[in-house]
Design a protein around this ligand. Structure first.
Ligand code: FAD
Length: 446
């Protein structure tokens, strides 16, 4: 056995999974991607993560860090390298009841967080799916059902425990290692492994939540009216439109608007939601009061062989009418991808631009297209996808790292505008000068 392996076996108290082992098949893949790593290390303590990082630094690259394993780009696994799978670091604990401060393991999922906090009347601004990881979602943003009232998931992080590339444990906050604290709020997994986050939660019990649907024929006016209304809607209201859905009838599929009103007072909820109900002839209205934790969906892993192409961008106020027009036209095509549009603004835009490494605070909308299916179907759909994005190009900006399957230089430049990238690269030089954490939308040390 090599001395690196001996050291790992001595210092690492978690599980080491290697090809041929009983758990290897499931451990080698993520929810969306398969892989064939040389080993998967499942740490159980921060000390185990330190040992795993030191081992990975001397092992054959690439190194993958896996939180909830739901990344679209497949960074959570690889071929021939090391995977550090944080799924055992999943504790959720309220550490300060008065401040609603919650410590969450770097491998926890949002379902577990919501379920643990619900009996205490608390919740955290996160995403819409239970099985998605706190790690990946938070480090690059976190756009969920409380985003307009409480900001991105990363805006609610008060501190983090990080194991850096040298294997050291660093406590990052606005006081300690402030530049690292800035960088991990938007800079993804570039700077180390977050073994625990401290989040500020919000008092939450039940919220008004559900879908409203309109006939396809009214798509253009509904979409335009929705985007106009969300600009000035109360911040308690967050909303997503499924603008096109080939999996539910293509051009004939109804336009579905999902709304979350962060409060349990019916008159206030109606006041906020009624302008959306009046956008066209309603064919469905499922909005009901429900526990926040029940609004999150189960993720579910797709069957092997199903591929995804996820692309995203942001639209600021002046471009919204053109963007919405283009999407309304795109939905009329049989070859349209799934198109969803999320309202942002609100609390996200009130936080100063440079306060965190998330660089898209002035956007009103985040658009996402997902092309999904077996490989030949996805390949056949790519030209139509390209046309949609070429048409959108003059009107949209940037990209949301959490909704990208690719990680080209162009993608990295879209996620991190030049000024953000420069500052991130300086932090990278300090905390990961050898670019150990490279399997991400990578920032190179400068
Ligand atoms: C079904 C589904 C629903 C989604 N819904 C939403 C949504 O509502 N809102 C939203 O904003 N996004 C959403 N996303 C996107 C999601 O935020 C990203 O896919 C995110 O990367 C998933 O994080 P993960 O930890 O599960 O993934 P992983 O694949 O485990 O992680 C992705 C990368 O993040 C880094 N990383 C993860 N954890 C850590 C850690 N603890 N320390 C250091 N680096 C880490 C690593 O680089 C890792 O490779 C959704 C995705 C899916 C598949």
């Amino acid at each position: 056995m090599s001395s690196a392996r001996e050291t790992l076996r001595r210092d690492f108290g978690g599980t080491i999974i290697e090809p041929g082992g009983a758990e290897y098949d499931s451990a080698s893949r993520t929810a969306l991607t398969s892989g064939s790593p040389a080993c998967v290390l499942r740490p159980e303590t921060t000390g185990d993560v330190q040992a795993a990082v030191r081992f990975a630094a001397g092992a054959k690259p690439p190194l993958s860090v896996r939180g909830g394993g739901h990344g679209f780009a497949g960074f959570g696994t690889n071929d021939g390298g090391v995977v550090i799978d944080l799924s055992k670091l999943a504790d959720v604990e309220i550490i300060n009841k008065e401040r609603h401060l919650v410590r969450i393991g770097g491998g926890a999922t949002w379902g577990r967080v919501a379920e643990t906090l619900a009996p205490h009347g608390l919740a955290i601004s996160s995403g819409d799916t239970k099985s998605v990881g706190v790690g990946g979602l938070t480090l690059s943003g976190g756009i969920g059902w409380k985003v307009r009232k409480h900001g991105l998931a990363l805006d609610n992080v008060a501190a983090a425990e990080v194991v850096t590339a040298s294997g050291q444990v660093v406590h990052a906050s606005s006081r300690n290692h402030p530049e690292l604290f800035w960088a991990i709020r938007g800079g993804g997994g570039n700077f180390g492994i977050v073994t625990a986050f401290e989040f500020l939660a919000h008092p939450t019990t039940d919220i008004f939540f559900g879908k409203i649907a309109f006939p396809a024929a009214h798509a253009a006016t509904v979409l335009q009216g929705w985007a106009d209304y969300m600009r000035t809607a109360p911040e308690e209201l967050t909303s997503t439109v499924v603008a096109a859905n080939p999996l539910a009838g293509g051009p004939d599929a109804p336009v579905e608007i999902c709304v979350a009103f962060d409060g349990d007072k019916a008159p206030l909820a109606d006041q906020a939601i009624d302008p959306i109900r009046r956008l066209g002839p309603l064919i469905d209205d499922e909005i009901a009061l429900k526990p926040y934790a029940d609004t999150l969906e189960d993720g579910g892993a797709p069957p092997p062989g199903i591929q995804f192409v996820a692309r995203s961008a942001f639209a600021e106020k002046q471009s919204v009418p053109d963007v919405v027009d283009i999407l309304a036209q795109a939905r009329a095509s049989e070859r349209s991808p799934v198109i969803t549009v999320r309202s942002i603004g609100g609390a996200v835009s009130r936080i100063p631009d440079g306060a965190t490494a998330y660089a898209h605070r002035q956007a009103e909308l985040m658009l996402l297209t997902i092309t999904v299916g077996p490989k030949p179907a996805v390949e056949a759909a790519l030209p139509a996808l390209e046309t949609i994005w070429e048409t959108l190009a003059p009107y949209v900006d940037g990209a949301y790292a959490n909704f990208l399957t690719s990680a080209t230089d162009e993608d990295v430049a879209a996620v991190y505008p030049a000024q953000t990238y420069k500052r991130l690269a300086a932090a990278k030089r300090r905390y990961d000068p050898g670019n150990l954490f490279a399997r991400n939308h990578n920032v190179r040390p400068q």
